[in-house]
Design a protein around this ligand. Structure first.
Ligand code: NOJ
Length: 559
């Protein structure tokens, strides 16, 4: 049944709120997306992942779903979605739906029913526990913290019971131990697969299984209180196998699981083909290379070795066992050209094309986040009120509640905010960057839009989009780029990132200068004759020594 089409897929991620607003109401919508499908197709991708389009009260902008089988009005109707699916398929674009099934919105009928009566069968759909009386105070059942700050438990009205929420309090965790919950989820997956969608991105999948019995986390060093009770739990493999058996394997589907700080051993088991669990996962280890412990608001100087580790470890570990993904951006992270200690203004084109080359020529499926293909940058937000993401506010409030001056707290938030990726797509230099016809968008426009927009990029001599087109063509068509094994070179070099890909008897050599200074580097003799792609016009070569300009990246092919 499975054709494994994903192996030479290139995926484009759309955050529907901000792509294109066709009816000028301030929100992006399905009609707007349809109008841009040719633009997406021309980039050279063959699949689109849509961040949630389902009904949601939007406490976490779509990641809190109140109806899994309907489309939210602001995006359109189910008929619009069906047309989107058809238009994508007409263009040979696969459709990947976001599936947020670790938790539901508290406005989901299951949750409402769960709370309506202590005898409701829906009560066991969620994780509800009695609190602890400490002296005269009712405390949550455990001391775990939500990944979005604060306690992971919310008291139910005036009762002595609490429900678990590992994210916002408006996102209640589902009880996967309950067979009926799993049956409902399988039914939802089959509903969408039956419609013809081609796969899913599972939101925080490695939190589905919790560790029982629940206990306090007494480790004074733990960064995320309680994580050992809700990450990579003991039934993860069993649950994923069941989804496969009863749904995913019945269709030609593809899955990518988004993980939360997974262990390396667990990752390999999730993607090991013979395990029949997931086709791929996202592991964001390389995103911790410019922040502390992947806590994105806490800046640290860019550490190239950590970036390389994060990028290459999964490539080494999964090769021959399963498949990999290659990611630079998504809706949860700052823009890639504005991080990793890059001087964005000076090296905008070079850095954007460099990052794409060294990342996407590796082993795995390239995931491109909307706007990345024109090098969209972080937004110069002026105050905390410009930010819409609840997490930005939670962390800001927490910092200021500990006495941190507001200005300082804001500078931390601005460094890592998810909002950077969520501002409207910059199509041109007209009103609201061409996102709509002038109604104030739900999220502010990046003031850089006159400098960086699609229209300008496409007509520029140094077009990032056109470079992506060339790179992605190679990525899809060159067998070594798709199937080759990755071998890293010079891990300890703190300027150069280099690796070979080997498939059967042929090799590629990928090398890039992750610095603002010229760097000379010796490349293998077998590589030196043929350049497949280079993000500069020229390359200085003497014998086997090349001299790379700032952020220059080159791919050589063995002749
Ligand atoms: C991961 C999603 O990517 C993020 O946007 C969301 O806030 C959390 N999971 C919770 O669903």
């Amino acid at each position: 049944m499975k054709t494994e089409w994903y192996k030479n897929a290139v995926v484009y991620q759309i955050y529907p709120f901000s792509y294109k607003d066709s009816n000028n109401d301030g929100w992006g919508d399905i009609e707007g997306i349809i109008s841009k499908l040719d633009y997406i197709k021309d980039l050279g991708v063959n699949a689109i992942w849509f961040s949630p389009l389902y009904k949601s009260p939007d406490y976490d902008y779509g990641y809190d779903i109140s109806d899994y089988k309907d489309i939210d009005e602001k995006f359109g109707t189910m008929a619009d979605f069906d047309r989107l699916l058809e238009e994508c398929h007409k263009r040979d674009l696969k459709v990947i739906m976001d599936m947020v099934i670790n938790h539901t919105s508290i406005e989901h009928p299951w949750f409402k029913q769960a709370l309506s009566s202590p005898d409701s069968p829906y009560r066991d759909y969620y994780i509800i526990r009695k609190g602890k009386w400490v002296k005269d105070k009712l405390m949550p059942p455990t001391n775990w913290s939500s990944t979005f700050t604060g306690s992971a438990w919310e008291r139910i009205g005036e009762t002595d019971e609490f429900y678990l929420h590992l994210f916002c309090k408006e996102q209640a965790d589902l009880n996967w131990e309950n067979e009926n919950v799993r049956r409902e989820i399988i039914d939802i997956l089959n509903f969408w697969l039956g419609k013809g969608v081609d796969g899913f991105r599972f939101d925080v999948f490695n939190m589905f299984s919790k560790v029982y019995p629940f206990k306090d986390d007494n480790d004074p060093k733990s960064f995320q209180k309680g994580a050992q009770y809700f990450v990579d739990g003991p039934k993860m493999h069993e649950f994923l196998k069941e989804l496969n058996e009863k749904s995913l394997s019945l269709f030609d589907s593809y899955t990518v699981g988004e993980s939360f700080n997974p262990s390396e051993e667990a990752c390999l088991e999730y993607v090991r083909k013979s395990n029949n669990e997931l086709d791929t996962i996202f592991n964001f280890a390389h995103f911790a290379s410019d922040n502390i412990a992947n806590k994105q608001f806490f800046k640290k100087p860019f550490n190239i070795r950590q970036f390389k580790d994060g990028l290459f470890k999964p490539q080494r570990s999964y090769y021959g066992e399963g498949w990999n993904t290659l990611v630079l951006e998504n809706h949860d992270n700052p823009r890639s050209v504005s991080r990793f200690s890059i001087e964005t203004d000076k090296y905008h084109y070079e850095a954007a094309t460099f990052l794409a080359t060294i990342t996407y020529m590796g082993f795995g499926i390239p995931f491109i986040y909307m706007g990345q293909e024109i090098g969209m940058t972080n937004c110069d937000f002026k105050s905390i009120d410009d930010l819409k993401d609840p997490v930005s506010h939670f962390v800001y409030d927490l910092m200021t509640s500990y006495g941190m001056p507001k200005k300082m707290a804001f500078s931390f938030i601005k460094y890592g905010a998810r909002d950077h990726a969520r501002v409207p797509m910059q199509w041109n230099d007209s009103v609201n960057a061409g996102f709509n016809e002038g109604t104030k968008p739900w999220q502010c426009i990046n003031p850089e839009y006159k400098k960086y927009n699609v229209e300008k990029d496409l007509t520029s001599e140094k077009s990032i989009y056109r470079y992506y087109q060339k790179l992605l063509k190679i990525k899809k068509e060159n067998k070594i780029a798709v199937y080759g094994r990755t071998d890293e070179y010079d891990h300890d070099n703190n300027k150069i990132i280099a690796y070979s890909r080997t498939y059967e008897t042929k090799r590629l050599f990928v090398v890039g200068n992750f610095s603002k200074k010229k760097v000379s580097y010796d490349i293998p003799i077998w590589a030196v004759r043929k350049i497949l792609i280079n993000n500069y016009d020229k390359l200085t070569v003497r014998g086997t020594t090349i001299t790379l300009e700032p952020y220059q990246a080159v791919v050589f092919e063995e002749e």
